[in-house]
Design a protein around this ligand. Sequence first.
Ligand SMILES: [Zn+2]
Length: 271
Amino acid sequence: MPGNGSLNGDEAAIRAAAEQIAAARYCTALTGAGISKESGIPTFRGEGGLWTRQGEPPMNGYQLFLEDPRGWWLERLEQQRNPPEFAKAIATARPNPGHLALAQLEQRGFLKHLISQNVDGLHLDAGSTRLTEIHGNRRKLRCIACGRRGPARDFGEDDVPPHCDACGGIVKADTVMFGEPIPRAFIDACFAEAAKSDLMLVIGTSATVHPAADLPLQVLRRGGAIIEMNVDATPFSAYATVSLRGPAGVLLPQVVQALDSFDPRPERPAV
Ligand SMILES: [Zn+2]
């Protein structure tokens, strides 16, 4: 379905978004760096982004980890003593009204699943539970052998690299590194959710990074619809039935409020 040209966050566009969410059989959402930025977390790419200012990190980070996991962990312990900008921002960031609105949409039965490209854990802090963090979570650890995940904990220099309690494999940060395949379970969960969706909210992301970019495309290909909420136009704007221009922390609470006069439809995945 082509876009209907609602290119701002005016009342009619908010209302149209709410009506579509209420009418959806299975509504999911995809979030990206835009919603984290509103909580003070710097973006990586684009104007003012961390990598724009400091240079891109090595593209073979995972290979470097595999070659010397102990060295990687020692570096991380050093960073904990003197945290870089991104780590400092994540440590102090709090969910913003956009994160809280998404958690409310889930609690009220309108949002069936949330897929985030962000690693900061703010959706969990906000109360979202039906959540797939496609690039991992910075506050978790993951075994590279069996994939078991657990909360981050403190290690001394003698304890690194840590090993998995279940299988003895080497444990790394859960965040997906450059050159590291996204864990199969994360990918499968995302595509299974996209396949069930007749509506996907695409929020704070230009969705140009794969595989996240493929998720709204899959919804469109199967005849579903997209509602976009972003500060700037994106490649998806032309395909969105409603394209709201503005910060998620402003738009989403308005959508939640507009949904006050609706009840969610019973859960029934698109086929
Ligand atoms: Zn393991």
